[in-house]
Design a protein around this ligand. Structure first.
Ligand SMILES: [Zn+2]
Length: 189
């Protein structure tokens, strides 16, 4: 059963961004931030290219899961807490991630029928821009503008989702854990 994430509105997750510097995810050729990950002249506001990069990482992981043979699914053991408060839980991480990706996206885009339709057709269904434009009766430019807005909108949600953010992907899958001081370390079970 997929984890049931609670989306807390957190437009400026300062703590998270101190730990994961936006410039690592920024596009070096971005005209808005010049590869710094923050808009020029707007303080610490994170650039669109960073959210786009986050969405792409999550979407590529979802695609990989869809293309894997079903028989590869395994049960993973996860550890929570430290010391005497430590506990373990079992789960099917691939299935949970896949379900979270789809459900969170649908919930986020729910109040925008056009973006919801593009997400279903283009991202989940794999339809190309010609098929989408024909089905939705829109031109190519408008289609890609909406695609970009969807990617930015969802990238922001994937990164700020609580308690289980979909990004960074390796943290979701427990391959990297972060202690209370924000220091990352490898999973050791
Ligand atoms: Zn940028």
């Amino acid at each position: 059963m997929a984890a049931c994430p609670i989306w807390r509105k957190s437009p400026e997750p300062a703590y998270e961004w101190e730990r994961v510097a936006p410039f690592i995810l920024a596009n070096p050729k971005c005209a808005h931030c010049m590869g710094t990950g923050r808009f020029r002249g707007r303080g610490k506001q994170v650039c669109y290219c960073v959210w786009y990069s986050i969405f792409r990482a999550c979407f590529n992981k979802w695609l990989c899961i869809q293309r894997e043979p079903r028989t590869l699914s395994t049960v993973s053991l996860d550890r929570f807490g430290e010391g005497r408060s430590r506990c373990f839980t079992y789960g099917r991480k691939r299935e949970e991630y896949s379900a979270d990706f789809v459900l969170v996206s649908r919930r986020t885009l729910f109040d925008n029928p056009l973006r919801s339709a593009i997400f279903e057709l283009h991202f989940l269904g794999g339809a190309g821009w010609r098929e989408c434009c024909r089905a939705l009766r829109m031109d190519r430019g408008s289609f890609y503008h909406e695609v970009y807005r969807i990617e930015v909108q969802l990238g922001k949600v994937f990164r700020t989702l609580r308690p289980y953010a979909l990004h960074p992907v390796e943290e979701y899958f427990g391959l990297r854990r972060v202690d209370s001081a924000g220091k990352a370390f490898r999973k050791e079970l």
